[in-house]
Ligand binder design. Structure first.
Ligand code: NAP
Length: 164
């Protein structure tokens, strides 16, 4: 199974505030949809709450320490990332996307094969941060840069990292 982390990260590493996203970047949402559609997406319970709905055409794996937490029908909850990975291996998932938030990125980064980062050219206020990408462990393999426009309020870059 390939494990891919996908995140949009500001220059100051901020990824969220008050359990919400903090920018309008339509190209990022489109890329997220293109990459993750048809696949399994793993997230923390807070990120699932912040979505406020199920993402169409994706199977949701929601991580919570609450033993009573129940995922919606046909989706799954787990007490740990490890339990979710065991489940995915058992049912032979080919590609799993780690979609946040801060706690889950921090914990899951070591087991990921690839990082798909949208670098956002902004330094917003925030309360949730992306972990450091260790250059000894990760190398940048692709980068595409774009200016701001009417649908994207900041310049941004799609950057892929793979393990050394
Ligand atoms: N920019 C981006 O790409 C992006 C992507 C996703 C999210 N976000 C932002 O990130 C923020 C949310 O991130 P967050 O760090 O606050 O929360 P989070 O990582 O989404 O979820 C944290 C929750 O996950 C559960 N959890 C975490 N580690 C666990 C473990 N080891 N075992 C069992 N359960 C575990 C706990 O749920 P319980 O409390 O239920 O036990 C914990 O409260 C929001 O602002 C959101 O908008 C940004």
């Amino acid at each position: 199974m390939q494990i891919i982390l996908i995140a949009a990260v500001a220059k100051n590493k901020v990824i969220g505030k008050d359990n919400q996203l903090i920018w309008k970047l339509s190209a990022d949402l489109k890329r997220f949809k293109n990459l993750t559609s048809g696949h399994f997406v793993l997230m923390g319970r807070k990120t699932f709450d912040s979505l406020g709905r199920l993402l169409p055409n994706r199977t949701h794996l929601i991580i919570s320490r609450d033993p009573d937490y129940q995922a919606p029908e046909n989706h799954f909850s787990f007490r740990s990332i490890e339990d979710a990975i065991i489940f995915c291996n058992k049912i032979e998932v080919d590609r799993l996307f780690i979609i946040g938030g801060g706690q889950i990125y921090q914990e899951a980064m070591p087991i990921c094969d690839r990082l798909e980062i949208t670098e956002v050219e902004a330094e917003p206020d925030g309360d949730t941060f992306f972990p450091q990408i260790d250059p000894d462990k990760w190398k940048e393999t692709e980068r595409e840069e774009f200016p701001a426009d009417e649908k994207n309020e900041f310049p941004y870059a799609f950057v892929t990292y793979e393990k050394h």
